[in-house]
Write a protein that binds this ligand. Structure first.
Ligand SMILES: Cc1cc2nc3c(=O)[nH]c(=O)nc-3n(C[C@H](O)[C@H](O)[C@H](O)COP(=O)(O)OP(=O)(O)OC[C@H]3O[C@@H](n4cnc5c(N)ncnc54)[C@H](O)[C@@H]3O)c2cc1C
Length: 417
């Protein structure tokens, strides 16, 4: 009888484990990967989608990734899991029997029940989030031209909540992009204001102070205002309220909270306050065998990073292969990730162990990391094509199809209705 390996989640953990297992060509094994999306979304480049890069770089079809392998890819949303009889069920009504189960459902945005945030702010977790935000930026800038001075100030103020890497890269690119769009639409670009709000004493509180300070200096140079030690209390349609401070804005981008996927809690796994699952040294949830949880949903060192999730996925594949071969699984050695944080076009700060690099070289290293990620999933040629698509600007304003002016100041076709 065939051994059924079921992988749930088409993100870093799921793809890495399924690919590594497939490459082992173990006889008598059937691998099924179930995901609620047809494609893999590369979150690391989401901010660039908001500010003008081609969506091709962010979106890789799963069928392309698994082409030529023995992995069966199924589009379904898993809703229930019964580990006693080893069956997962999907929203489609399908049942998935397994012998070994890999769970890589990732994380979700956490709004900490702050009033108004879930309904009114923009998230940064999916391609849809990014495209919605891109459109909104153009809409507010296009429509504010006819408003009063006060309305213009409100419309041109963008507030990014969360001074971690996602908030930093978003704010830095946004100020450059929004000024370009404003200019195209006849709005004074100097009105554009971007603010980062961070609850801790400093930006990127999880990384070394000197590194964070250099990145903060860079975003300030670009014109971003930094507010630290500020906690958000509520959001309303035209403003966000911090403790003793109100910021007038129509755009709040929330990057300050993530939590492991809610299904782990619903399925009764033992979790911490972030909803992450307690796992043993083989990434098995407490008291379980032949079930593995990795990536953003597992309590582990260097949590919340793609590189970590990828390493978990590959390691889980090794554990399963060892079990099937009745050998001892290798020991997992967590590796410190490379932190490569972009800060405006063509500039990034990189922290690799104790080495730091800033500026254009940092940007080059960041792009190299992007390419390595594509290479994890795809053959060289395909990875190169996707990487190149990230260099192609998708500069048309999503509202009025005006092409944003190129660096040399030339402008292209216009078709404002
Ligand atoms: C904006 C942003 C920027 C980031 N930038 C970086 C960066 O620069 N560098 C870095 O190292 N990390 C970065 N990260 C973090 C990185 O993306 C995550 O750590 C990584 O994706 C976690 O991998 P995962 O496998 O746990 O989950 P994911 O990659 O999120 O995959 C989860 C998968 O499960 C699927 N799924 C969910 N629920 C179901 C269900 N019920 N049924 C079936 N399928 C389901 C989802 O569709 C998805 O495909 C960033 C994250 C964000 C949000």
């Amino acid at each position: 009888m065939q051994t059924r390996i079921l992988v749930i989640g088409g993100g870093f953990t799921g793809i890495a484990s399924a690919l590594r297992l497939a490459r082992k060509n173990i006889e008598g094994v059937h691998i099924t990967l179930v995901s609620d999306r047809q494609h893999f979304e590369y979150h690391g480049a989401l901010y660039r989608l908001v500010t003008g890069t081609s969506p091709l770089e962010i979106c890789m079809p799963l069928r392309e990734i698994f082409k030529g392998t023995n992995v069966e890819v199924v589009l379904d949303t898993i809703t229930t899991l019964d580990t006693t009889v080893k069956i997962a069920r999907g929203a489609s009504g399908s049942k998935y029997h397994y012998n070994h189960l890999v769970l890589g459902l990732g994380a979700e945005t956490n709004y900490f029940n702050i009033p108004g945030l879930k309904e009114l702010s923009f998230g940064m977790k999916t391609i849809n989030d990014a495209l919605r935000l891109k459109r909104h930026i153009s809409e507010v800038l296009l429509t504010c031209k006819t408003g009063t001075k006060e309305e213009q100030v409100c419309a041109t103020n963008f507030v990014v909540i969360g001074g971690g890497p996602t908030g930093m890269e978003m704010a830095a690119d946004l100020i450059v992009y929004a000024r370009k769009i404003a200019k195209e639409h006849g709005v004074d670009p100097s009105l554009v204001n971007v603010e980062i709000v961070e609850g801790a004493k400093r930006l990127i509180p999880t990384l070394p102070e000197a590194f964070a300070e250099r990145l903060e200096e860079r975003v300030r140079e670009l014109g971003v205002k930094v507010l630290t030690n500020r906690v958000v209390e509520r959001e309303e349609v035209e403003g966000v309220y911090l403790k003793d401070m109100e910021l007038r804005t129509k755009t709040v981008i929330w990057t300050a909270g993530v939590m492991a996927h809610h299904l782990y809690r619903e399925w009764g796994f033992s979790v911490d306050k972030r909803g992450c699952v307690e796992v043993d040294e083989f990434f098995r949830p407490k008291g379980m065998t032949q079930v593995y949880v990795g990536g953003d949903a597992a309590i582990a060192e260097y949590w919340g990073m793609a590189q970590t999730a990828h390493a978990h996925g590959e390691y889980i594949a090794e554990v399963i292969a060892s079990e099937l071969a009745h050998t001892t699984a290798p020991v997992f050695h967590p590796k410190a990730p490379i932190y490569a944080i972009p800060s405006g076009p063509g500039w990034a700060g990189v922290l690799w162990g104790k080495t730091t690099v800033y500026g254009k070289t940092g940007w080059f290293l960041r792009r190299l990391v992007d390419f390595i990620v594509f290479q994890w999933m795809l053959p060289f040629r395909k990875a190169w094509d996707i990487f190149q698509s990230g260099r192609t600007p998708s500069d048309a304003c999503p509202v009025c199809s005006v092409e944003i002016g190129s660096a040399n100041g030339s402008h292209h076709q216009h078709s404002i209705p």
